[in-house]
Design a protein. Structure first.
Length: 237
């Protein structure tokens, strides 16, 4: 597979998820303005932070007058899941230089990871994994910037009762459900979802962090076992 083909494969894989990303970006633009951010700051945050859920929370914390330490800690907790994504793709990016890794780290999001990972697991495509991730990440980045800009421009004209916020939930459901193929994954999703709902009212979005840890722990308990050399049992994914 050529780099060009791999890049456009990533773009095509990400394209269906833009249906949920565009309303999500529109909502962010509206929320950012209503939280007191200027239009320029709202758009700049999408370029600098480039993390939808973290941007929502950060805009709300700015509007509430939270301290810089609280904002930093909260955004860090919300984005810790990206460490898991990075660990997952690290083996297929081991041969890339620091510039490639820095660029892909910036572009790595929930949607880009979900779109690219099925192709990265195919042995014949792993040599072009960086181009696949670049295509998926760039497609999402472009769509997110345009959606944010549209939200900032049109936000004041949208009726407040319009239920755009549900688009964010649909987007993450569309990301997660196709990736659930094993019992351990199903258990992890069920436990994480339950804990997230129970902790929805916890301060600083700590419920999301605890839910992620609970889901990982529960899923690990249901990983299938294999017989290791020497007759001992071990776990594998």
């Amino acid at each position: 597979m050529t780099p060009r083909a791999a890049f456009f494969l990533g773009c095509r894989a990400l394209a269906p998820l833009l249906l949920g990303t565009v309303p999500f970006g529109l909502i962010y633009g509206v929320v950012a303005l209503r939280s007191g951010l200027s239009p320029v700051a709202a758009v700049a945050m999408s370029s600098v932070v480039f993390a939808g859920s973290a941007q929502f929370v950060l805009a709300q914390l700015l509007g509430a007058g939270a301290s810089a330490l609280v904002m930093l800690a909260t955004v860090t907790l919300i984005n810790l899941r990206h460490l898991l994504y990075s660990a997952s793709v690290a083996p297929v990016l081991a041969g890339r230089n620091r510039l490639w890794k820095a660029l892909l780290a910036y572009l790595l999001t929930d949607e880009a990871y979900a779109a690219a990972i099925p192709h990265l697991l195919e042995g014949d495509k792993q040599g072009q994994a960086h181009w696949i991730l670049l295509g998926a990440g760039f497609s999402l980045w472009s769509g997110w910037q345009l959606a944010t800009l549209a939200g900032v421009v049109l936000g004041s004209q949208l009726p407040p009762e319009l239920p755009l916020d549900f688009a964010a939930t649909l987007t993450f459901i569309a990301i997660a459900v196709p990736l659930i193929r094993r019992r351990a994954q199903a258990v992890a999703a069920l436990v994480a979802g339950t804990v997230a709902v129970l902790g929805a009212l916890w301060p600083y979005k700590l419920g999301l962090f605890v839910a992620a840890l609970a889901g990982l722990g529960a899923g690990a308990l249901f990983l299938p076992r294999r017989t290791a050399p020497g007759g001992q049992e071990g776990r594998h994914g």
